[in-house]
Design a protein around this ligand. Structure first.
Ligand code: ATP
Ligand code: TZP
Ligand code: MG
Ligand code: MG
Length: 260
């Protein structure tokens, strides 16, 4: 019943995200029933993160100043039992990105790590191709996700055609979603914010909240595609927001696909 809980509690999600996806992320969170706030100044991030329902750290367009602010926000979140989601956008594309993520994972207690296979592989030292913000690996995604979850002691979500969610021991695979999600910029980034909202209302079962969040997101994309496939990806993006807004807990229960 997490969607109902989100709509009722309207959790504040403090997003420190990238300049490409800010508006899309805020609108996606509103559609879900959460309350977005984007804030970056070192002077205020600890105050905001400390009272938020969830904190998203997304390194998409990072700067040295922002990294410092992320650490302040992350530490305040940890002190106040606020869940933290890290999206390591483009980790592996440059050593700066990889090192910043490893530093964040070292200094902040990250609740959920969410990235594509190439990004997660770069963080655990597995060979990957990362071209800008897109990445892939040749090996086993499930083993990769388990490796990362164990190494960083956090629930890890590796997304793609198959989504893998694991705490390092138990593994869930989700097959909802549509390839058109890869044609709209920021769909991975928005998913990180959506995960933060689901986890914020289910702190006792982080993994189950991640499973629901990922299924919810994929189902919305399937419905959006069914409605707009003749029009194209511009209409798909709008319809996707509509379905993020309209979906119910019962829809998730009935339409989640855990097998191919
Ligand atoms: P990238 O930058 O490589 O596109 P990302 O950070 O945007 O990665 P994705 O892996 O694209 O993140 O995941 C975003 C959403 O798109 C997830 O819900 C995922 O399930 C979905 N998705 C990605 N690729 C596919 C696919 N081929 N088929 C179905 N759904 C997909
Ligand atoms: N460049 C820096 S961040 C960003 C781009 C294009 C957005 C990446 O979004 P996503 O959700 O990982 O596709
Ligand atoms: Mg993408
Ligand atoms: Mg991404």
């Amino acid at each position: 019943m997490l969607l109902k809980k989100i709509k009722k509690e309207n959790p504040l999600i403090h997003c420190m995200t990238n300049v490409v996806v800010t508006n899309f992320t805020a609108n996606g969170l509103l559609a879900l029933g959460a309350s977005p706030v984007m804030a970056y100044a070192k002077e205020e991030v600890a105050d905001l993160a400390g009272i938020a329902g969830g904190l998203l750290l997304n390194i998409g367009t990072l700067s040295t100043d922002e990294v410092e602010a992320m650490i302040l926000a992350g530490k305040a979140a940890n002190k106040n039992n606020v869940p933290v989601v890290l999206d390591p956008v483009g980790a592996g594309a440059t050593s700066f990105r990889t090192e910043v993520c490893l530093d964040l994972l070292n200094r902040v207690d990250v609740t959920v790590l969410r990235g594509n296979a190439g990004e997660i592989a770069s963080l655990v030292g597995v060979k990957a191709t990362v071209k800008g913000v897109d990445g892939a690996i040749e090996g086993d995604t499930i083993e990769l996700a388990k490796h990362a979850a164990k190494k960083f002691s956090c629930v890890t979500i590796v997304t793609g055609e198959m989504d893998v969610i694991t705490d390092g021991h138990h593994v869930h695979t989700i097959y909802n979603g549509h390839p058109w999600l890869t044609k709209v910029v920021g769909t991975g980034c928005l998913l990180g914010a959506v995960v933060a909202a689901f986890v914020s209302v289910s702190k006792k079962d982080i993994k189950a909240a991640c499973v629901d969040a990922v299924a919810y997101y994929g189902i919305a994309s399937e419905r959006a595609f069914a409605e707009t496939n003749e029009e194209g990806i511009g209409s798909f993006q709008q319809a996707f927001l509509n379905h993020l807004n309209k979906m119910t807990d019962l829809d998730i229960k009935q339409l989640i696909r855990t097998k191919k």
